[in-house]
Design a protein around this ligand. Structure first.
Ligand code: UD1
Length: 422
């Protein structure tokens, strides 16, 4: 297993290209199951999660080919011969559950393992199940697997999600594209990745309105056809690299970044004393003062502050002037980076879903490790601002969601390298 060593080295300067969104790609890929014709994605990120989804789709009988060094994914699902998403794959990645809706719509049946415990909380699937049942699916839990069937096909329904879950919205929208009649999904999630999914489905012939609002209306059609679609920019990778100059000082232009993807986050950065400016090529981020100011943050569904940027924001707040309070409202157990940041000299107290961070003048490098993707990257960011060397172990978490992390940060002057552990 590899580690990453980062040494605090002062201000950063230069440009970082932002890749296509992991979370968008992970929902666009299962959309291939809805059609017999090819679906091709461009601007795909090169990540281990994408490889996991590739293996899952292949295990179901889809053909998935990676082209142009992984930036293009060509898929064809003309021959789906297996209806089971096995635990071995699903346990690696919760997003595997996004095959449930498409398989049910295409085959009238699907057997999908429940993802099981996950480092950042229980993450059940009750909302997915309730929405699909409203469309006529019969779903039961047997041996850790959801056994779903819709013998007479799925039927359009009016359904309100109890919580605006991203995954449940995606599964329901995909399933509804081939259902008989009209589906009205209320309290739908509004994340940009859902807007991207709907745009792709529309290219495939789906009739959908209201993406980006809390009510999505889907008129079922008999069949979907092939399409080519570019994956939207990764707003979480974007936000992560926006923190780099905020925490280390300097100025970095994030290429491909767009303000509407990170509005709530950029507002918090501005409040903390970080300027974010739109340029022709992306977003230019610079720290205005020597130290950032403490700000309070509450994670919320989009368009609120994203939970996937909470750990990175906490790293920034560790070096801020004053005290900040971070409220995590989306996941119940998402402060596992706090004890590691404390090992680097941070002053943090966690009580339930709330963390109180008193900024310190300087963090100190330390060997650390994290248990999830965003927590791991928050330690890299903290390392950029720390005195001495920070060694982040369990790099496979980072490989799930950040392509070329070392190369991208080196490109703006960071002292960072990947080493193989003995
Ligand atoms: C997606 C993102 C993830 C992000 C999250 C919230 C992907 C691949 N992953 O995950 O990076 O952190 O959105 O923005 O896109 N819940 C239930 N029952 C359900 C489904 C969810 O109670 O049936 C709960 C979860 O436990 C969690 C909350 O709802 O507390 C949010 O989950 P959800 O929006 O579904 O997140 P994911 O789609 O899993």
């Amino acid at each position: 297993m590899d580690s990453i060593i980062v040494t605090g080295n002062g201000p950063l300067s230069g440009q970082i290209p932002i890749a296509g969104a992991k979370n968008a790609c992970l929902t666009l890929m299962p959309a291939t199951l809805l059609s017999e014709e090819p679906l091709t994605l461009t601007n795909a990120p090169r990540l281990s999660d994408i490889k996991t989804m590739t293996s899952l789709l292949q295990s179901l009988g889809a053909e998935v080919t990676s082209l142009q060094d992984g930036q293009v994914i060509a898929m064809s699902s003309h021959n789906i011969d297996n209806d089971t998403a096995h635990y071995d794959i699903v346990r690696k990645m919760r997003a595997s559950n996004l095959v449930l809706g498409p398989m049910l719509a295409r085959l009238g049946r699907a057997i999908v393992s429940l993802p099981g415990g996950c480092a950042i909380g229980a993450r059940p699937m009750d909302l997915h199940v309730a929405a699909l049942e409203a469309m006529g699916a019969e779903i039961e839990l047997k041996d850790g697997y959801l056994h779903a069937k819709a013998p007479g096909g799925l039927k359009g329904a009016v359904h309100e999600l109890r919580f605006a879950s991203v995954g449940a919205t995606e599964n329901t929208v995909m399933a509804a594209t081939l259902a008989k009649g009209t589906t009205v999904l209320r309290n739908a999630a509004r994340e940009p990745e859902i807007v991207d999914l709907v745009r792709c489905l529309r290219k495939m012939g789906a009739q959908i309105e209201g993406e980006g609002t809390s009510e999505i209306v889907i008129q079922g059609v008999d069949r979907l056809h092939g399409a080519t679609h570019p994956v939207v920019t990764d707003r979480i990778e974007l936000g992560t690299y926006m923190i780099a100059p905020a925490i280390a000082g300097g100025e970095v232009e994030c290429l491909g970044g767009r303000m509407e993807l990170v509005t709530a986050f950029a507002e918090k950065l501005d409040e903390a004393g970080i300027s974010v400016e739109e340029t022709e090529k992306g977003l230019k981020v610079a720290r205005r003062n020597d130290r950032v100011r403490a700000v309070n943050v509450k994670t919320e569904v989009f368009p609120g502050f994203p939970t996937d940027l909470q750990a990175q924001m906490m790293a920034l707040m560790c070096t801020a002037e004053g005290e900040s309070v971070l409220d995590e409202t989306i996941f119940e157990n998402r402060f596992m980076h706090a004890p590691e940041l404390i090992r680097m000299g941070a002053d943090i107290e966690v009580h339930g879903g709330q963390a109180r961070v008193r900024g310190v003048a300087r963090l100190k490098g330390a060997p650390v490790m994290a248990t999830d993707l965003r927590a791991s990257v928050s330690l890299i960011l903290a390392g950029l601002a720390a005195e001495g060397e920070t060694k982040v172990a369990r790099v496979y978490h980072l490989d799930r969601g950040y392509e070329n992390l070392v190369r991208k940060l080196r490109g703006v002057g960071a002292h960072i390298e990947r080493v193989a552990d003995e």
